[in-house]
Ligand binder design. Sequence first.
Ligand SMILES: Nc1nc2c(ncn2[C@@H]2O[C@H](COP(=O)(O)OP(=O)(O)OP(=O)(O)O)[C@@H](O)[C@H]2O)c(=O)[nH]1
Ligand SMILES: [Mg+2]
Length: 324
Amino acid sequence: MDIVDRMLAGDRRALSRLVTLVEQESDEVAEVMQQVQPHTGKAYCIGVTGPPGSGKSTLVDKLALLLRSRDRSVGIIALDPTSPFSGGAILGDRIRMDRHALDRGVFIRSMATRGSLGGLARAVRDTVRLFDASGKDFCIIETVGVGQIELDIVDTADTVAVVSMPETGDSIQVMKAGILEIADILVVNKADLPGAERLTNDLEGMARDNQREPWWSVPVVPTVAKLNEGLEGLMEKVEQHRKALEETGQLSVRRQEQRAKELMEIVERLIRDRLMKGKNADGRLGAIIQKVAEAELNPHSAAMEILNDKDLVHGWLLGTNENP
Ligand SMILES: Nc1nc2c(ncn2[C@@H]2O[C@H](COP(=O)(O)OP(=O)(O)OP(=O)(O)O)[C@@H](O)[C@H]2O)c(=O)[nH]1
Ligand SMILES: [Mg+2]
């Protein structure tokens, strides 16, 4: 495809349009990704997550500046959760983005949680690949919170930094399990505010007591993103984590697991899509669904009936019933 070639040659508008294709889950995505694949595998991906207002965007912005000062190119994906909290942040984000607008080494894309969360996670993964193929050295994903969506999304990242700030001290307890499950680095931002030291100590204790991997102790890094303080220290930890992942072989293990999981998700989605098509177009399938709806048939038996009927579902799954 022409547009992929243009993107590979550094055309930003082509990159932007391809991200849109991916976001819209266009039918062309498979072809695009086939062409993009050989050019991927070089970018390093950093996930930045944490509660609303903890300073993630400020931090990501400063991290991008730091990387640019080292002549590294950066692609940023900012996930706007369309939550009431972030309403005020959008303008600020836009101003920050404008600062990078003339810098060809930075590409920023916001994505909203519109419909399916699974769809968003897929779009993020493919966008990372597009950034990678377009030659970005680093990819940064900013997302709010530590719920299931974030878990799925930060899975994409090689190194995950969870940002907290002094006022979130109480919610840290609530997020504790989630944080320790995903954080490779803990950032205490707004270290200029009272309570930062206590939070740092608490997190250090938590990290010590819950070490996940023998080869990595999750560090706690204080930053004052607003004043551009602590960013070098953070980047140093990212590089250390990267080195540990590479030396233990975990980087390729993680990426392999991620790709296998992604495949299963895509297969599941395609089956579901085809089944939905069949539901509307195939009278027999519709009839079974109706029976279940009216409690005439239990859903377990109905599911087996569908799966055991070669003609019915296999036809749909293989696409041979496309035009009955
Ligand atoms: N005191 C202090 N304020 C900071 C620091 N870093 C960021 N802020 C401020 O905190 C506010 C929120 O910053 P953002 O970067 O928008 O936070 P965010 O986590 O991206 O917020 P959402 O995207 O809405 O979840 C802004 O007013 C920043 O200026 C810091 O180190 N110290
Ligand atoms: Mg933000």
